[in-house]
Design a protein around this ligand. Structure first.
Ligand SMILES: Cc1ncc(COP(=O)(O)O)c(C=O)c1O
Length: 446
């Protein structure tokens, strides 16, 4: 009887980590650490606020300070900034202020975060989805024009993932058809279109200050406008008593100051303090982020199965919320995106698919009547097969928005090495995806 043990094949050191090779990225997760830790001044101010005033009823103290700083951040291109307890609340107030109600349609992009448009349903209005532009990933003006009906009163331009939408074209159509424009700048703090800050073009604009955002409060939102009536109605919806009494200018509206319009949606002073410090740190942090993401983009430019993030010449990416190149499966043997993501994760990269599905796949949007108000009819939206929205949803990859320059530089270079390694081992990945030498089905990224 032979005493030889069976020979085991060891993967080559450069093999895909999925197949037992060494991972390309050596730094342990997480790679995206956001929001950054608080500095001493911020912590001291939070502590002082705790012992002086923990509920601000009007516009004063840290709430007023944040709103003033926000207007400065927008080059004073808008007259008022009104804070709310979330971006979603600020959007509700914006739609309310612009007259959304039963029988009114709002046109918005088919692929974005749902809360950009979902508050419309709480006002009994309806949302009509239009396709996105493949370069900006924002509302496509041609699709917008095709979606307009005599019920359309508002268009929502979301500056998706920090890239400003086609402001000139959207404003032109709004003028032609008598529409109001809401800019959702929740991904686009500091982004500029032809040199001017986003948020200063529409009848109302909203910035979420939720924790992932470049200017973060934890939870919070800001509505900005230069329209006195929008300001008054939005204030009255979310800020009854002191703030409405002090700030609503229209006498008929101010008569409601005690009750407002029934909701209390104000930001807490603590969140306002956090956001103001984030705003102060924004220019230096974003300079770092731009250097990081430019470097990443240059390094990924020759990865054959990636379509790099494109930035139009006339825009400034500001916060650059998320780095999301598109996957080209045809350049990687047709491997499913889930398999690519599993291979990237095995290499130690913090990658995934962007979280939001097309809005036309969500029950709130597909329903034939308003689920909040049974009996209120709406136009059912659908998934729009063959659309750019579908293509981007199915092919986008989400990477960390590196911010620390030069601290993240070695990590960025390891990420690029990880992407290139997969290109070199495309054949092995194709065999893996076909199930060769592997007992389990396709891995399912979370
Ligand atoms: C485009 C967009 N609009 C609105 C919101 C809602 O903001 P919030 O989470 O502050 O309510 C978000 C949040 O991620 C968003 O991404």
């Amino acid at each position: 009887m032979s005493t030889r043990t069976p020979t085991r094949t060891h993967p080559a050191p450069d093999a895909l980590a999925l197949l037992g090779g060494a991972p390309a990225v050596t730094r342990p997760l997480p790679h995206e650490v956001w929001p950054p830790p608080a500095g001493e001044a911020e912590l001291a101010e939070l502590a002082r606020q705790r012992d002086t005033d923990i509920s601000i009823k009007g516009s004063s103290g840290p709430v007023k300070a944040l709103e003033e700083a926000f207007l400065g951040f927008l080059d004073h291109g808008a007259r008022w900034a009104v804070t709310f307890n979330s971006g979603t609340s600020a959007l509700l107030a914006a739609y309310f202020a612009l007259g959304v109600r039963e029988g009114v349609e709002v046109v918005g992009p088919a692929l974005t975060y749902h809360a950009a448009l979902s508050p419309v349903f709480a006002l009994r209005g309806d949302v009509v989805l239009a396709d996105i532009d493949p370069v900006t990933r924002c509302l496509d003006p041609r699709a917008l024009e095709a979606a307009i009906t005599e019920r359309t009163k508002v268009v929502t331009l979301v500056h998706q993932w920090g890239h400003p939408g086609d402001v000139d074209a959207v404003l032109g159509l709004a003028h032609k058809y008598g529409l109001k424009v809401v800019e959702d700048c929740s991904h686009a703090h500091g982004s500029r279109y032809r040199g001017r800050p986003v948020g200063t073009f529409g009848d109302a604009a909203v910035f979420s200050l939720q924790a992932n955002k470049a200017v973060y409060a934890g939870e919070g939102g800001v509505l900005v406008t230069s329209d006195a009536r929008v300001h008054d109605r939005a204030t009255l919806l979310g800020h009854y008593r002191d703030r409405s009494r002090e700030e609503v200018t229209d006498a008929a509206l101010r008569a409601h100051w005690v009750t407002g319009f029934g909701l209390k949606l104000r930001i807490s002073p603590f969140n306002a303090i956090v956001a103001r410090h984030a705003l102060a740190a924004f220019p230096a942090r974003m300079a770092g982020r731009h250097r990081c993401l430019r470097h990443l983009g240059e390094l990924l430019a020759d990865v054959p199965y990636l379509e790099p993030v494109r930035v139009a010449d006339h825009v400034d990416m500001g916060a650059w919320y998320g780095y999301k190149p598109l996957y080209r499966p045809e350049a990687l043997g047709g491997v499913d995106r889930r398999v690519l993501i599993a291979a990237l994760r095995a290499e130690g990269l913090e990658t995934g698919a962007p979280s939001g599905p097309r809005l036309g796949t969500l029950p709130l949007y597909t329903a034939p009547e308003n689920p909040l108000f049974p009996g209120v009819p709406k136009r059912p939206s659908g998934p729009m097969p063959g659309s750019h929205a579908e293509h981007v949803e199915r092919h986008a990859l989400s990477l960390p928005t590196f911010t620390d320059w030069p601290g993240d530089r070695p990590l960025i270079e390891e990420y690029a090495a990880g992407f290139r390694k997969i290109a070199r081992h495309a054949d092995a990945l194709v065999r893996y995806a076909a199930g060769e030498g592997r007992p389990t089905a396709h891995p399912q990224p979370a």
